[in-house]
Write a protein that binds this ligand. Structure first.
Ligand code: DPP
Ligand code: ZN
Length: 866
């Protein structure tokens, strides 16, 4: 196994000005003809090394000669083709074949239903043609596609459509030209029988064609993606001055996809999950996801495509920045048309969602064997580094620039970044330099955010001096080595530059403190009474704050903090404290219930926000808190969380019931943030009243005019142990809707109260709808059980872990990328108590010892076992 090091970077010795491709598309055997123009950059002769995997060389010649090159002039291995003594410049002509219908990895060219599609990021292009398959080789592509016209009426590639013509024998040929030089990872081809929703827009006086391609029966579910695309185009122009640079922009949906979506130039390819949205089949969360991912991929057109990455270690350059942009877009969409106060609250709801996910999943990653800086220094398999750290923590680092430089300063930095680097493949340091130079700011120390793994802790203590009327905050930051850093001898992790927004409740102090040293203090004058500090407001830095709040102070924050994020966080801390402090009997005091009661019924707080306040911290988040103090007993923690939830049901029953009735929908379903918030709170209320009023779920299920309410009722009902009738009804209603059937699998696999879960799993695995499962279906059953059903996954007999091992190996034989995601489930094993810890290690060892393990899974499991 090779470890790739960031420090090993060397530029590719050749330029590839143009790349011409001819695809003769057939599912069993596709022939790819490549004309590669090359120009050596330096005087010294150097071999020309091209990447290529799982392809068969049929022909190779230079400068379009008909005679092939002599085999002594080149060497082919299973991953490269090397030309030993190429001329200084020339044209390589290479013909290769590949077999899309046996490609189960979904990387390269693969079949999906009756269609053919590609996925090239990160290293899929080499599965179609020999090429310098690395992000810093930019080339201008012209692509000709040939296929049978009846089987593949739609033929798409990047850029602009140049020519279409019919061929004898029922074939046809289409030519595409992309005027923008791009790396191979942004290349795409689609061939299929797809229906298209299209609209034209005008931007800067030019007409643009927008198209969304889906399966014909899904056409009624494509409008929301189209609307999201139009909103994204408007937003990028308004917020960042960035226009759509092509004559047309296409989105294509496929149900067989490893990730969410892919930003191929002008031809985004999407998982159906992030395109299709219709009230009857998609939940509010699904709608939100479609809007965010459509935005994300569109925004990549500038942050990723026009300016791309020098190497894959710089992945966060495009991903962190683009996640930040999609978060801002979603936030603006939620706030649109609301009063200023309501807009602020809507933005807070989005911020809370994003941070809750970061603190649950990214903090966990940052504390485990896979911990890495947002710009990693080493990897074995790049696909393993499309992580929460690179994406979500990367976005937080981008957000900190905005916090430090202000919104206008951030915009100046972006403008300079594009001015300097349009058309280039650059590094995270280039981005930081643009931000610094555009603002005459010193961001040298800020660069450490790219170098250090781990979640920094800022320990805060306070001193109030009543006589002097001063209040002092002391800050101590620390970030001990984690993950791979533990193996680096003499590693010194110097202090970070941390922007911390702080207010003192009870005073008018609200300020941004820039921490730069391991220990520092700040004293506030004229403080007449001891205030409650509100620290890291709106989560201004991705750090873990430690301050010993008293119960009273938490109550004050919960009742009065004007920062909606910290107010939410205070309530979460109250919950977490009760659950974690005494796992045998979490209790809330009368005063705490009073606080809860007044929050839950406070009409000045939006329903969306109240739903977040009363969503208990997730099992994984609590698990992190517990394992800071003691080995984690998952059964004990799960039970404690359940007891806390039941206490909320019981003590606030009247309030829940009353909310359930008052929030009854008065109009037909519409997707917007306000309505979605009402549904979220009402469905939370449903869960709390369902054991007292079991008929409510069945009534809601039957009456629902939308998937949000229907699936909430179904999930609540089956988790309450109600009969199979609803499950059967649901299946029969939605049998033809793959994404809805995924929800049906998840509702059962993640059921914490199914006493016969083993039998249920076996039944689901044998279900006809689970034959040849695609990645979405695997996620809906296998991942849902392993990652979202802690009570059963952590069975004390180890059956959950054995199931995990079997599934990792079975999936790995077909699709290593998906298998290695599942492999990550057990990486926290060292934090567990016995017998869990030993049983997990056994399961990990079983996987590690298996023959023919992919490099993807080997890296994950190897690091976990360490
Ligand atoms: N680049 C894709 C995305 O994050 C995933 N590979 O948008
Ligand atoms: Zn992305």
């Amino acid at each position: 196994m090779t470890t790739h090091l960031r420090s090993d970077y060397t530029p590719f010795p050749y330029d590839i000005p143009t790349t011409d491709l001819l695809f003769d598309l057939k599912p069993e055997l596709t022939t790819v003809t490549l004309w590669l123009e090359f120009e050596r950059k330096n005087d010294e002769p150097v071999p020309l090394v091209l990447n290529g995997e799982h392809i068969t060389l049929q022909f190779i010649s230079l400068n379009n000669e008909e005679t092939p090159l002599d085999p002594s002039e080149y060497t082919v291995t299973d991953s490269t083709l090397t030309l030993h003594n190429p001329p200084e410049s020339g044209m390589l002509h290479i013909i290769t074949t590949c077999t899309p219908n046996t490609n189960t990895s979904l990387s390269g060219l693969f079949t999906t239903g009756v269609h053919l599609m590609t996925q090239c990021e990160a290293e899929g292009f080499r599965r179609m043609a020999y090429f310098p398959d690395r992000p810093d080789v930019l080339s201008t592509y012209t692509v000709e596609l040939i296929a049978d016209k009846a089987a593949f009426p739609v033929l798409l590639s990047n850029g602009n459509l140049i020519e279409t013509r019919d061929l004898p024998n029922g074939g046809h040929m289409v030519t595409w030209h992309d005027p923008f030089p791009k790396p191979s990872y942004l290349f795409a081809v689609v061939a299929g029988q797809l229906a298209c929703l299209e609209e034209t827009i005008t931007q800067d006086g030019a007409e643009k064609l927008l198209q969304v391609y889906v399966e014909p029966h899904d056409l009624p579910k494509a409008q929301f993606a189209m609307d999201s695309l139009k909103a994204s185009i408007r937003w990028d122009k308004a917020r960042f001055g960035l226009p759509l640079d092509l004559e047309r922009f296409m989105i294509v949906a496929t149900s067989d996809f490893n990730m969410g979506a892919m930003e191929n130039k002008g031809l985004n390819i999407f998982n159906t999950k992030f395109v299709l949205a219709h009230p009857e089949t998609a939940t509010d969360v699904d709608f939100e996801g479609v809007e965010a991912v459509v935005g994300h991929e569109y925004f990549h057109n500038w942050t990723g495509n026009r300016v791309t990455c020098q190497d894959w270690f710089q992945l966060s350059l495009k991903e962190g920045l683009t996640v930040y942009r999609d978060q801002e877009f979603s936030s603006d969409q939620l706030a649109e048309g609301l009063s200023p106060d309501a807009a602020t609250s809507a933005r807070a709801v989005k911020r809370i969602d994003d941070v809750a996910m970061l603190r649950t999943a990214q903090f966990m990653e940052d504390a485990g064997p896979m911990a890495h800086p947002i710009r990693p220094n080493a990897y074995e398999e790049i696909n393993n580094f499309y992580t929460m750290t690179v994406y979500e923590k990367g976005a937080e680092v981008v957000r900190m620039y905005e916090t430090l430089l202000g919104r206008d300063g951030f915009r100046r930095g972006m403008d300079l970044y594009f001015k300097r680097h349009d058309g280039q493949a650059v590094t995270c340091d280039d981005f930081r330099a643009a931000m610094a130079d555009a603002n005459q700011a010193d961001l040298t120390q800020f660069g450490r955010w790219y170098e250090q793994a781990g979640t920094p802790t800022v320990r805060v203590t306070s001193e109030f001096d009543a006589n002097a009327q001063t209040y002092t905050l002391h800050f101590a930051q620390s970030n001990p080595p984690v993950g791979i850093e533990l193996k680096e001898a003499n590693l010194i992790k110097a202090p970070l530059h941390i922007p911390l927004r702080v207010a003192l409740l009870g005073t008018d102090i609200d300020t941004l403190i820039e921490l730069k040293q391991a220990n520092e203090s700040i004293t506030f004058e004229n403080i007449t009474a001891e205030p409650t500090p509100s620290l890291n407001r709106n989560f201004s830095a991705p750090v873990s704050i430690e301050y010993d709040y008293s119960d009273d102070q938490l109550a004050t924050l919960a009742a009065t903090d004007t920062d909606a994020f910290n107010r939410w966080d205070a309530v979460q801390q109250i919950f977490a404290r009760a659950i974690v402090a005494d796992m045998l009997e979490p209790v809330f005091s009368h005063e705490q219930f009073d606080t809860f009661r007044s929050l839950l019924t406070d009409e000045s707080l939006s329903p969306a926000y109240r739903a977040q306040l009363f969503t208990l911290p997730s099992f994984s988040y609590l698990a992190q808190l517990v394992s800071k103090c003691e080995p984690l007993d998952p059964q004990k923690l799960f039970a404690a969380r359940e007891r806390a939830s039941r206490a909320l049901s019981k003590q606030l029953q009247i309030e829940w019931q009353s909310l359930y009735s008052t929030l009854e929908p008065k109009t037909a379903y519409a997707y917007n943030g306000v309505a979605a918030g009402e549904r979220a709170l009402r469905n939370l209320a449903l869960r709390h009243i369902s054991s007292a009023k079991p008929d409510t779920t069945t009534t809601q299920y039957a009456a629902a005019d939308n998937m949000t309410d229907r699936i909430a009722a179904l999930t609540t009902a089956i988790h309450e142990g109600q009969d199979e009738a609803l499950l059967n009804d649901f299946y029969n209603r939605f049998e033809k809707e793959a994404l809805v059937i995924d929800k049906w699998f998840t509702a059962q696999a993640a059921n914490p109260h199914d006493a016969n879960i083993t039998a249920t799993l076996q039944k689901l695995l044998a279900h006809p709808a689970f034959t040849n499962p695609n990645p979405n279906r695997l996620r809906s059953l296998v991942f849902a059980f392993c990652n979202a059903n802690p009570a059963h996954f952590h069975a004390t007999d180890g059956s959950g872990y054995r199931f995990w091992a079997e599934q990792v190996l079975a999936i790995d034989a077909k699709n290593p990328q998906v298998a290695s995601r599942l492999a990550r489930t057990l990486e926290q094993w060292r934090t567990y108590a016995e017998p869990y810890q030993s049983l997990m290690r056994e399961a990990l060892q079983t996987v590690f010892n298996a023959p023919n393990l992919s490099q993807d899974v080997r890296e994950i499991v190897g690091k976990a076992l360490g």
